[in-house]
Design a protein. Structure first.
Length: 188
């Protein structure tokens, strides 16, 4: 829903979360990223200065976190001393970071199982930006939320217009022209 980069989502730590479940509000600070370099997992800083940001969650996402965090606690207890606590919100059952390429593959599998069109995880990032803009979220807010250094990146690369919006645009233009013509006739 918010379109983080794959590595950013993999890098979110429990300490990066600020959740108020009762109020239905929550945030994650993007402070690190998990990358895969030459087959090895690397923890790094976000892509750019603009990528260091706070991402707000919707109520539904906030309400899912307690169950997820409880599952992490159970996994940590079950693994015992074998657990490698990196403090990650999204990790393997033994606490190790997720492999980013596995996350992409798993995303495609989940989409297929849900009967959704096959898209890449990064295309989901584009979709999140497009949906936000279509919902009327100001482009600056979408750009900041995606960690873009300028709104131009968001506008030129990350937004896509659904055919239904073209239909709505055509109808809006026809209505405007029709209203202007009707006013012209009424004043004559």
């Amino acid at each position: 829903m918010r379109g983080p980069r794959r590595g950013e989502a993999c890098g979110i730590r429990r300490e990066d979360l600020d959740l108020d479940v009762k109020a239905g509000k929550g945030y994650a600070r993007i402070a690190q990223t998990i990358l895969e370099v030459d087959g090895k997992i690397v923890v790094d800083t976000p892509k750019s200065l603009a990528s260091r940001r706070t991402v707000a969650f919707d109520r539904g996402t906030v309400e899912m976190f307690p169950a997820h965090l409880n599952r992490l606690r159970r996994e940590r207890l079950a693994a015992g001393e074998a657990y490698q606590d990196h403090g990650l919100v999204f990790c393997r059952e033994d606490g190790r970071p997720l492999v980013p390429s596995w996350v992409s593959k798993h995303f495609k599998e989940l989409a297929r199982e849900a009967g959704l069109p096959p898209i890449t995880l990064h295309e989901g990032r584009h979709t999140a930006a497009s949906i936000a803009l279509e919902a009327g979220v100001p482009i600056k807010v979408v750009s900041d939320g995606h960690g873009h250094s300028t709104t131009r990146i968001t506008q030129d690369l990350y937004t896509h217009v659904r055919p239904a919006l073209h239909d709505e645009a055509a109808a809006a233009i026809a209505t405007l022209v029709g209203n202007a013509r009707d006013k012209e006739r009424a004043s004559s």
